[in-house]
Design a protein around this ligand. Structure first.
Ligand code: 57M
Length: 359
């Protein structure tokens, strides 16, 4: 909004020229989103506690979690408010990619909100069923992907990390592929959200990593120099990534061990949906396996555990899935699991960034 209103004034007041720069707006989008979460956090936590939106803790999980009963959840509503507020303020609102990623973030957040609301506020034993959630996610991701597919500049090529020239064109099949990436990421982040700060930490790391890819991939000269896919106008998404990273940092302030608030499905589904969408728009879909590597590892641990459990009629690979529960049950203190998983996420993101040169 500021870009549309203030940048045109640069002809008479030269200082407004600064609004032209994506880097400047990204930095301030990060700070704005951080401040929104940081300043509204205590009020939001009080409000959620007042509404008794307290987490129910399953008794079959690690016993160390029982003391978390009643921790307010649905803090993800604050994350979304900060991301949307900051992006609307600092991004160029004439950019189609900004609207697609905002739409999917808000849409997935709404699904999570309904689910959380039914369980936490209405105290129903079940929120939306797994099937209802999945269908709604597919629907929203499909609408977003079709908008991208119909926009004239958007390419349906898939780029492979480490390969310079191999980028097959999927044509119309790009739509189900992108829907799979977006919905899969959303659910992987949701599975990871089981320890204090465990989902938000790697989400911040992934947002910062994609911020780099948005900037270089949206800059014709740098993209040409690095020989990566140039996606015109995608640089603007760096502003969104900044807002996401800032909101994440502000939320982490309160979600850090011992957490004062959980994000709920409203947070985890929307953050995952946002990451998947950014990967799709920047043409770095497959790189998400590294950028969101921790989410992939957590999701794989569930797939392997459930598959093995069914095949062997009750035997397990891990003490409990997702993987963070396995280490908790092995006796690692919660903060140790969290910080070690963050370290893995940072290392994988560094490998992802190295693909800019290794190709
Ligand atoms: C949600 N939610 C947390 C909080 C958060 C298929 C199966 C593997 C699914 C999986 C599952 O349901 N995962 C998705 C994970 C829950 O957190 C709430 O949910 C929101 C995210 N959707 O924001 O509102 C609990 O996680 C803890 N937590 C924190 N700090 C945080 O910042 O400590 C969350 C955020 C909270 C709190 O304790 O209550 C969750 O874990 O429920 N299911 C599982 O993860 C279950 N695993 C399982 O059944 N494994 C079996 C299968 C796969 C064969 C096995 O390995 O044998 C476990 N979940 C729990 N207890 N809680 C089972 C035991």
């Amino acid at each position: 909004m500021l870009y549309l209103f203030l940048y045109p004034l640069h002809t008479s007041i030269s200082v407004f020229n600064v609004f032209r720069y994506i880097t400047f707006r990204t930095i301030y989008a990060t700070l704005t989103a951080f401040l929104i979460c940081f300043l509204l956090g205590p009020w939001a936590i009080r409000k959620l506690s007042y509404l008794q939106v307290g987490q129910y803790i399953r008794e079959d999980g690690p016993k160390t979690h029982l003391k978390k009963a009643g921790t307010p959840t649905m803090g993800g509503a604050l994350i979304i408010t900060a991301i949307l507020g900051s992006s609307l303020l600092w991004a160029n609102l004439k950019n189609i990619y900004i609207w697609v990623v905002l739409g999917i973030t808000a849409g997935f957040g709404l699904i999570g909100f309904i689910d959380d609301y039914l369980m936490q506020v209405k105290k129903q034993s079940m929120g939306l069923s797994a099937r209802q959630k999945l269908l709604l996610q597919i629907l929203i991701a499909f609408i977003g992907t079709v908008c991208l597919y119909l926009s004239p500049e958007f390419s349906t090529d898939v780029t492979f990390p480490f390969f310079k020239t191999f980028s097959p064109d999927l044509g119309v099949w790009y739509i189900p592929f992108a829907v799979f990436v977006i919905v899969g990421t959303s659910n992987a982040v949701n599975l990871t959200d089981g320890l204090d700060g465990l989902a938000i930490g790697p989400s911040i790391i992934a947002a910062v990593t994609y911020m780099v890819f948005c900037y270089v991939g949206g800059h014709y000269k740098i993209a040409d120099y690095l020989q990566i896919s140039y996606v015109a106008e995608s640089g603007e998404l760096a502003v969104f990534c900044g807002a996401m990273a800032g909101a994440g940092l502000g939320f982490l302030w309160f979600n850090a061990y011992p957490a004062q608030v959980f994000m709920g499905d409203v947070g985890s589904l929307s953050l995952g949906g946002a990451l998947g969408t950014i990967a799709v728009i920047t043409k770095q879909e497959l790189l998400l396996v590294l950028v969101g590597g921790l989410f992939v590892i957590e999701a794989l641990s569930v797939i392997l555990q459930v598959g093995y459990f069914k095949l062997t009629h009750g035997r397990r690979i891990f003490r409990m899935a997702p993987l963070h529960h396995h280490f908790e049950l092995k006796g690692w203190p919660e903060p140790k699991v969290i910080v070690r998983f963050w370290i893995i996420a940072i290392a994988l993101s560094l490998v992802a960034i190295s693909t800019l040169k290794l190709r």
